[in-house]
Ligand binder design. Structure first.
Ligand code: ATP
Ligand code: MG
Length: 402
């Protein structure tokens, strides 16, 4: 049993001391049975949110209405949710009504897939009313009870299913696929924020090559912004090794490039990415097209910064290996050898230039500094005040006509 589980059991103990039931549930149990590292641990309990708050010193009330409280215990956060039963998903966002239940079994029944509907007791027994463990062994992904009912209840589950195919490489039985095909149109009722979250996880999965064909064959992509007409390119995307691409927004950038999205800014906006995320996608896809097949120069490294250069270079090496010029290791070496890596490293500033030339500030200043940076980066000038001053007086002054 992993250390994180042993630590979580300490939390379960606190519930028992206070005469409440509590179990580790959901993704953590699944990942534990899969032998994967367990990230977040969710706990389901018979205690009500206010009782949970009273039991622990540090809690964060993230969703009291839905029964969720974050408990901080020994420097770790646990998402603790009161056993619940949901009914009615009128707005396709959140269950219209959440009824707190005292039983674990009804809590497991509301969960999406059998592999996510297991609980682990404090004694390490697995409670598995829907044979999730058997589905894990057979690598099968199916809903708890009838897929038509469960997908109608919360259509996001269809996207979650496809992202689990991508993450786990599991297969969905034909009845599940039929249900998704028949109900895919309900995805149009789901908020973009929830879709973005699942699609990002889908792109990060190890079995994207299995997930993309399911996405397209069930027509789910018809209800995802900007992907409606991209059946063929989505198949193609599944063939690239997205696992060599490091972060969420880098993978979105790869998608934009593969799908040849004409207006990437509008695409990011339609997925409601934050300005920061959208700007990452737009600049790095520009960088990809700019640098494909080109060698990285000192000036380009300096201009883009190491992180962006490595990201762009990864995109090139995964999406267009034939146009890849340097490896990331070579780039890091080039970076280490740069005489200046940032404006701060420059041994002179605008004040110096104004003092030496006795000129007022103006557009010439930025140009002059850029010129100096270029000469230093190309090894034509040393980053020493004395050398730079000599150059300014001998070359820059007459050139600008002071
Ligand atoms: P991850 O490892 O990506 O966090 P996860 O299975 O833990 O995967 P979460 O979104 O964290 O996914 O959800 C935790 C648990 O809550 C799930 O394992 C599942 O039991 C349940 N769950 C989450 N979303 C839904 C949903 N839309 N419908 C029903 N149950 C859900
Ligand atoms: Mg989780």
């Amino acid at each position: 049993m992993s250390r994180s589980f042993e630590e979580a059991k300490e939390v379960l103990k606190v519930f028992f001391i206070h005469h409440y039931d509590a179990y580790i549930v959901g993704g953590a149990v699944r990942d534990h049975l899969l032998g994967k590292p367990v990230n977040d641990i969710d706990i389901a309990t018979s205690a009500r949110p206010e009782q949970v708050q009273a039991m622990f010193k540090t809690t964060i009330p993230v969703g009291i209405k839905h029964g969720t409280v974050i408990v901080r215990y020994n420097h770790t956060n646990y998402e603790v949710t009161t056993f619940r039963k949901e009914s009615g998903y009128d707005d396709f966002r959140r269950p219209a009504k959440v009824t707190f239940e005292t039983s674990l079994l009804s809590d497991l029944k509301r969960r999406d897939f059998t592999i996510n509907a297991m609980a682990l007791t404090i004694d390490s027994d697995i409670i598995d009313p829907y044979n999730g463990r058997c589905d894990i062994e057979q690598a099968i992904l199916q809903t708890v009870n009838d897929p038509y009912d469960r997908f109608r209840e919360d259509p996001l589950r269809m996207m979650r299913g496809i992202r689990f195919i991508s993450q786990l490489g599991f297969k969905m039985p034909p009845k599940q696929l039929d249900a998704i095909r028949d109900l895919a149109h309900l995805l149009k009722n789901i908020s973009i924020e929830r879709l973005l979250q699942e699609f990002s996880k889908l792109l990060a999965g190890k079995s994207l090559d299995q997930a993309m064909p399911v996405l397209v064959e069930t027509s789910c992509h018809h209800y995802l912004p900007g992907l409606e007409t991209k059946s063929h390119d989505l198949f193609t995307a599944g063939k690239f090794d997205f696992n060599r691409i490091k972060a969420d927004w880098e993978r979105w950038c790869a998608l934009v490039i593969i799908l040849d999205i004409p207006d990437d800014k509008a695409f990011c906006r339609s997925w409601k990415m934050s300005n920061k995320q959208a700007s990452f996608v737009v600049t790095h896809s520009y960088g990809y097209h700019l640098m494909k097949g080109q060698r990285w120069t000192s000036e380009r490294l300096y201009e883009w910064g190491l992180d962006s250069v490595l990201a762009i270079n990864r995109l090139i090496s995964v999406l267009s290996p034939e146009a890849s010029t340097e490896t990331n290791l070579e780039i890091e070496k080039m970076w280490r050898n740069l005489p200046i890596k940032d404006k701060k490293d420059l041994n002179v500033n605008g004040q110096d230039l104004m003092a030496w030339t006795k000129q007022k500030p103006g557009p010439w200043l930025a140009g002059a500094l850029k010129l100096i940076e270029g000469l230093i980066l190309n090894g034509q000038l040393k980053n020493e005040r004395k050398d730079i001053k000599e150059w300014v007086m001998a070359c820059l002054k007459p050139k600008i006509g002071f």
